[in-house]
Design a protein around this ligand. Structure first.
Ligand code: GLC
Length: 573
């Protein structure tokens, strides 16, 4: 039986993340929107992706670029309306693409009517929908921090209590121990499923519960001090040590008991519908439950907790990840990604500055051949790069702005120095508008309109869709070809993963195997030529794909030479 038949749609799919503010501006106001996305659905279909993850599209004051929702069943005015959303969804479905939405369960915006009510008085019916506590003499209820800076508690003058926020103070945490909250949020989840969406990416899922007794964390340093130490850390060991301290600091704020039960309830809601998907933004794979009753997938973030991707790093990551998933159950499915709206662009982060074009191809080959569902981020297919903003008035990510202010006001840095540091930290750098062509504003929005974030000027140097479409050698066409190729090799989608040559420092090679098809993937992660002996199999070897710089005969038992960042995908017949 065809092993693909047994698989769920999301196990076979390649996902593509759309960051709606930056994708395509259909109404000429400088902000991406549904009209823009609809006009690019054919592009996405041609690219060869199977499903879209849409970052938040809900009404929001945008203190955290849409991750602070003020209405869970609405559409942000600047993006369009429900009818346009529906047109987008149906357009995607007609083209055979699924759509999952971003669901932010941990917190709402402080502008959400629920929070406004909750703030209005201590005896308001929604008071207990958020987390309110009395302070201790002279300060907040405990020493918890927000990873976004400062205390996790905010004083409310009007009612004389503190409320809890894991992220910005403009993102108060919901009290998930209140059954009314659960019901309200589950009904928001149903709202979009009723409209036909195919599932959800669950934002910051591990932060939903806090320790009910709210004890102080045991770390002597403050969050701000720890962050400064992290910036100064010169060795990986010191960094590791500090990150462990950071974990210790958050120990009562994340991954608390009750999570599994909640995920099971949520899965119950999702399973009222046919074949929907839940994928969690979390470091931990624990929330697969028994493999069938909690989340379907959890992003493999440990893979990108490095500044250099080496074969050893990837092998270790995959070994740990796959082993842990197998322990859970045969149903627990891996999911790999190299970047998203929170992390630097792959081109900038993992490129060595000399071979970025070759490396970008190698990284895609990695994503499409490892076991599991790949997630790509919009713009990566044309090699978009980080843009370091040089004017603080252009910043839109509050994280970057607050960081800048802290550098100037607390550390006394000169504004220019602070700006340079902030430009590297802010997530604005990797959220700039999609580059469609080499006209004004890269075709993202009309000439004369000011886009919400500056367009990266490299659009004029070939980093745009239109030029790459006509260039057969372009990165975009490489993406298209490889995405197409993946669809024609079932072993790459359904196959097991087995390392080949486990100690080779330069070449990452592995077998992907289903009954009747065995493929070998070999990826050279070095800037030098590297050799690899092919297995000495009785049959022939069929070359599915090889980079131009791969040389020598590809025959059983022979050594092949992969040029710098070269790659090959073969089938052992
Ligand atoms: C998630 C989002 C990030 C956001 C945070 C708070 O990590 O990916 O963009 O800032 O949650 O909602």
């Amino acid at each position: 039986m065809d092993p693909l038949c047994k698989m769920k749609w999301w196990q076979k799919a390649v996902f593509y993340q759309i960051y709606p503010r930056s994708f395509a501006d259909g109404n000429g106001d400088g902000i991406g929107d549904f009209a823009g996305i609809i006009s690019k659905l054919d592009y996405l279909q041609d690219l060869g992706i199977d499903a879209i993850w849409l970052s938040p599209h809900y009404p929001s004051p945008n203190f955290d670029c849409g991750y602070d929702i003020s209405d869970y069943t609405g559409v942000a005015e600047e993006f369009g309306n429900l009818a346009l959303f529906q047109e987008f969804l149906e357009g995607a479905h007609q083209r055979g693409m699924g759509v999952i939405l971003d669901m932010v369960l941990n917190h709402t915006s402080n502008q959400h009517p629920w929070f406004q009510e909750s703030c209005s008085s201590r005896d308001n019916a929604k008071r207990d929908w958020y987390i309110w506590r009395d302070g201790r003499p002279g300060g907040p209820p405990n020493n918890w921090n927000s990873p976004f800076g400062g205390s996790a508690w905010e004083w409310d003058e009007h009612t004389g209590q503190y409320y809890y926020h894991f992220f910005f103070k403009e993102q108060p945490d919901l009290n998930w121990r209140n059954p009314e909250v659960k019901e309200a949020m589950f009904s928001a989840v149903r709202f979009w499923l009723d409209r036909g969406v195919d599932g959800y990416r669950l934002d910051a899922i591990g932060t939903i519960y806090e320790h009910p007794d709210m004890p102080d964390h045991p770390v002597a340093m403050s969050g701000t001090e720890l962050r400064r130490e992290l910036e100064k850390a010169e060795t990986p060991e010191r960094r590791h040590e500090l990150l462990c301290l950071w974990k210790e600091m958050e120990k009562y704020q994340v991954e608390q008991p009750g999570m599994h039960e909640l995920m099971q309830e949520l899965r119950g809601v999702i399973d009222e519908y046919d074949d929907k998907l839940l994928i969690g933004e979390d470091e931990k794979i624990a929330y697969h439950g028994d493999g069938t009753n909690e989340l379907h997938m959890v992003f493999n973030f440990p893979l990108i907790r490095t500044e250099v991707l080496t074969p050893n790093w990837i092998r270790n990551n995959q070994a740990q990840r796959i082993k842990a998933l197998e322990k859970i159950s045969r149903e627990a499915w891996p999911c790999n990604t190299l970047g998203n709206h929170d992390s630097p662009r792959i081109w900038t982060r993992y490129g060595d500055g000399k071979h970025n074009a070759e490396q970008a191809r190698l990284f895609l080959a990695l994503m499409l051949t490892l076991k599991g569902t790949p997630f790509l981020y919009n713009g990566e297919e044309i090699g978009m790069t980080d843009l370091y903003l040089d004017d603080i008035s252009q910043f839109r990510d509050t994280l970057g702005l607050l960081y800048y202010q802290a550098q100037v006001n607390e550390l006394g840095l000169m504004p220019l120095d602070a700006l340079q540091r902030a430009a590297r930290l802010t997530r604005d750098k990797n959220r700039t508008p999609m580059q469609w062509d080499n006209t004004a504003n890269a075709g993202f929005c009309p000439e004369g309109t000011v886009p919400w974030l500056p367009v990266n000027p490299d659009f004029a140097m070939g980093v745009n869709v239109q030029e790459q479409e006509t260039d057969r050698q372009s990165l975009l066409n490489f993406y298209r070809n490889l995405l197409k190729l993946r669809k024609s090799i079932p072993a790459l989608i359904a196959g097991g993963y087995e390392v080949y040559h486990p100690r080779n420092p330069r070449i990452l090679s592995f077998l992907r195997q289903i009954p009747g098809q065995t493929c070998l993937v070999a990826l050279n992660f070095s800037a030098e030529k590297a050799g690899l002996y092919l297995p000495d199999v009785p049959g022939e070897i069929k070359v599915w794909f090889s980079s131009e710089n791969t040389s020598c005969e590809i025959r059983p038992g022979k050594q092949i030479r992969l040029g710098p960042f070269g790659m090959v995908i073969v089938e052992l017949l």
